[in-house]
Design a protein around this ligand. Sequence first.
Ligand code: ATP
Length: 295
Amino acid sequence: MLEVSNVNTYIGKIKIIKNISLKIKAGEIVGLIGPNGAGKTTIMKTILGLTKFTGSITVGNRPVTETNHRALARVGALIEHPVIYPFLTGRQNLELYARNKRDLTQLVSTLQMDSYINNKAKGYSLGMKQKLGIAIALLNHPQLVILDEPMNGLDIEATIGVRKLIKRYADQGTAFLISSHILSELQKIMTQVVLITSGKIIVDQPIEEFNKTSKQKYKVLTEDNNRAMSLLQKEKIPFILKNNFLVIDQKNIFAIQDVLLKNNIHLQEILPLEASFEELVVNILDRERGKEDGR
Ligand code: ATP
C-alpha cells in the first residue's frame, strides 16, 4: 500500500529524515514512536507530499512527489491541527469531503458527535475538533490513513471509540500509520512498531516479535541475596537490587549461575522480567544514545 524507499527530507539545509525506508501493507496498523523532535511529523508530511525530499514514495504503486499528489486521492490524514472551517458546522465541514452520506452519518454516530455536529465548529473544544479531524481523515474509506497524535485531547470514551474505529477500518483493509506518545494506547492496536530517533529508523518489527526480542532482563532470586550481591560485585557482573530479587541482563545468565554454583548459593528462581512496552522503548532509546555518545 505504502512504500517509502531511501527517503531524505531537508528543512532548509538541515537533513531531518535520514535515508528512511518503510513498507505498510493493507490492514496493517503501524505505530510510529520516537522522542520529541525525532522526525515523526516530518516523515508523515513527506509521505503526504508536503515537503521536499529525495528517494521514492509510492502509494498503491503510484509515485508521490512534492508537486504530484494524485496518488494521495485515497489517503486520509490528520497532521498537527485538524483543518476545520470555524464558521461551518461540523457536518458541513464533513460534507466538504464526503462522497457518501451514510459513511458520514456512521462516523458521526460512532464518534458520538451527534449532539454538536450541527453547531458551528468555532465553538468546539479541543477534543471535539480532534474527533472531527479524525472523522475527516476516515471519510470515504481511504486505503491509507496517516494520524499524528490522534488521541490528543480525547477523553477515555472517545479514545476507546477511536481505537475501535481504527481496528474496524484496518479489518476492512485500510492501512494506518499512527504516531503517539501514549504508548499504552498504540500498543493496544498496532501490528507493527517503527521506532525513530534523530531522523533514522532503529526498529521496524511486528509487535509480537518486538515484545519477544526486547525482553532482555531477568529476575534472579537466591537463598542469600546479600552474599550473591557481594560475589557479583567482585566478579564485576552488573545487577540491580529490586525488592527482594536481583535484575540482570540476559547475556549474564550463565555467568551468574556459575558464580552461585561455585559458592554453594542456591538459586530459587530465574525468570524473564515482563518489561512494560514503555520500558522496552526507553531501553532501546538509551542503548541507541549510548552508541551515539560512543561514536
Ligand atoms: P514531537 O514528538 O515533538 O511532535 P516529531 O518526532 O514529530 O516530534 P518533527 O516535528 O518531525 O519531530 O521534527 C523533527 C526535527 O525537525 C526537529 O529537530 C525540528 O526542530 C525540526 N523541524 C521540524 N519542522 C521544522 C521547520 N519548519 N523548520 C525548522 N526545523 C523544523
